[in-house]
Write a protein that binds this ligand. Structure first.
Ligand code: 13P
Length: 248
């Protein structure tokens, strides 16, 4: 069964609410492609206006983070239920910027993944190696560790609906894209890891994105790889180029 490609923008900490609505309106005619899933993962404060702005279109909205607790005294955090109620469908979990700057570890991310699924959100679970790890030759060991620990206690049935994003840290925001071969090799390795942890049918169902300096020029070749089911796009998701990536 062919996997539907999923092309998501990760806006990171960009766009005020009014800028966000303007961007959605500008992109609206450019991102019409029913053959792929299109998602805007936006800052928390932009969620409500962006959900409103994409109404009636093919675009769905994602969050960039969430907390695993149901509710309570967690100042500054946002729950899965809040996201669902606001009309959010996807949530990025474990982006390397969260792992790095905000010290999110795999035990925490595992709780977030489970809570997101329980609430009915689709996690976009990020993994990826540093340049140092790549040069040491431990890329796949590291990514297997991340995937295995982030998915502890998640069932096959649940895993087949999640999205995994492979984002080599050295390719994020650097303009330095992994070669098509490097990206495909790791995405294939992730699928093999899922097959070992669960079964082949689950591995065949899970969608695996590549992220890291995806742009209008390299998207088509990356997305043509057998194990790359779309992209998680940072910088290029904030401009008209995103339309070219979606309609690659
Ligand atoms: P860039 O596309 O800006 O390299 O960012 C990638 C990324 O981190 C998406 O989550």
């Amino acid at each position: 069964m062919a996997r539907k490609k999923i092309i998501a923008g990760n806006w990171k900490m960009n766009m005020t609410p009014s800028q966000a609505v303007k961007l959605v309106e500008e992109l609206a005619p450019l991102v019409k492609n029913d053959e792929v899933d299109v998602v805007y993962c936006v800052p928390a404060i932009d969620i409500v206006p962006v959900v409103e702005a994409v109404k009636g279109s093919n675009v769905q909205v994602g969050a960039e983070n969430m907390y695993f607790e149901e509710s309570g005294a967690y100042t500054g955090e946002i729950s899965a239920a809040m996201l669902v109620d606001a009309g959010v469908k996807y949530v990025i979990i474990g982006h390397s910027e969260r792992r790095d700057y905000f010290k999110e570890d795999d035990a925490l991310l595992n709780k977030k993944v489970k809570k997101a699924i329980e609430a009915g959100l689709v996690p976009i679970l990020c993994c990826g190696e540093s340049l140092e790890q790549r040069e040491m030759g431990v890329t796949m060991d590291w990514i297997r560790f991340q995937i295995k620990s982030d998915l502890v206690g998640v069932t096959a049935d649940q895993v087949k609906d999640i999205v995994i994003a492979y984002e080599p840290i050295w390719a994020i925001g650097t303009g330095k894209t992994a070669t098509t071969e490097q990206a495909e090799e790791v995405c294939k390795g992730i699928r093999e890891c899922i097959a070992e942890m669960y079964d082949q049918a689950t591995a065949d169902a899970v969608r695996i994105q590549y992220g890291g300096s995806v742009n209008a020029g390299n998207a088509a070749e990356l997305f043509a790889q057998p194990n790359i089911d779309g992209g998680l796009v940072g910088g290029a998701s904030l401009k008209a180029d995103f339309g070219k990536i979606v309609c690659y």
